[in-house]
Design a protein around this ligand. Structure first.
Ligand code: CIR
Length: 258
């Protein structure tokens, strides 16, 4: 069974109010509340027996609290992404330095232009990785990503996205072959062999949960999702992510877990 020892998070910056969003109708995030929610997120992670590395906020990058998009970290290697969103691309510089504290240079790989990959498009299932081809992750990026995975003993396959921002916007792997699925992924051939926990359209935001050492952290306010995950045998911890939702972000986007 996969167990996580480490988690990396980055504090939200005041500039987060100018982060990218597809849902401006939800309003701008309240920075103070976002900080409080971030504190709660860190506490929830700590209660799952992981060491949490907290990086300082970086005002230059409004979306930089969404560290998941900058890298994918596995047991055998770390792959530094090449984010497809221009305003986010340089977020990787800081992450490279952090990752060097955990991995030697021969275990660090880099996705390079014209390939683009954002970590939110990568879902780890044991030794296999699903890579979403999206507006942010292109074919060449996915190809490079699979090549790097294979070099370190893993496999990968590509899933084409039609609607959502990132693969993990609508999917969360909860280990033991259990997969939370919403929207376009519910009937997708690629996921037909999982035990699916289906999230209804109204609650689709809550498909972005995270499994951390047999606990599942779930966004606050989605009771149906919470109950379904409890029924599958997990301890559920709720964290309110309302301010991150305003920027299309959620629980998985806010950390790197390895
Ligand atoms: C963005 O559009 O890049 C951010 N506002 C949200 C990133 C969310 N990250 C994720 O789903 N992995």
């Amino acid at each position: 069974m996969n167990m996580f020892k480490n988690v990396i998070v980055k504090r939200p910056s005041r500039s987060m109010v100018n982060g990218i969003t597809s849902a401006p109708e939800l309003g701008k995030p309240d920075y103070e509340l976002a900080l409080k929610q971030h504190d709660d997120y860190i506490q929830a992670l700590k209660s799952c027996n992981v060491e949490v590395t907290v990086l300082e906020a970086d005002e230059r990058f409004p979306d930089s609290c969404f560290v998941e998009d900058t890298a994918v970290i596995t047991k055998n290697c770390a792959i530094i992404c090449n984010p497809g969103a221009d305003s986010r691309n340089k977020e990787i510089e800081d992450m490279k330095e952090t990752i060097k504290k955990f991995f030697s240079e021969d275990k660090i790989e880099y996705i390079t232009s014209p390939g683009t990959v954002e970590g939110g498009d990568v879902m780890m299932v044991g030794n296999h990785f699903y890579i979403g081809k999206s507006f942010r992750t292109n074919e060449e990026g996915a190809r490079q990503f699979i090549e790097k995975l294979e070099k370190h003993g893993y496999t990968g396959s590509i899933v084409t996205l039609e609607e959502v921002l990132h693969l993990k916007t609508g999917l969360a792997y909860l280990e033991n072959n259990n997969l939370l699925v919403a929207g376009e992924f519910i009937d997708k051939e690629d996921f037909k062999n999982f035990n699916k926990i289906v999230i209804s359209q109204d609650d689709s935001y809550s498909a972005n949960c995270i499994w951390v050492n047999d606990n599942v952290i779930v966004p606050y306010g989605y009771n149906k999702t919470k109950r379904a995950i409890e029924k599958a045998g997990y301890n559920v911890i709720e964290v309110d992510t309302s301010e991150y939702r305003k920027l299309d972000g959620g629980l998985s986007c806010l950390s790197l877990r390895f």
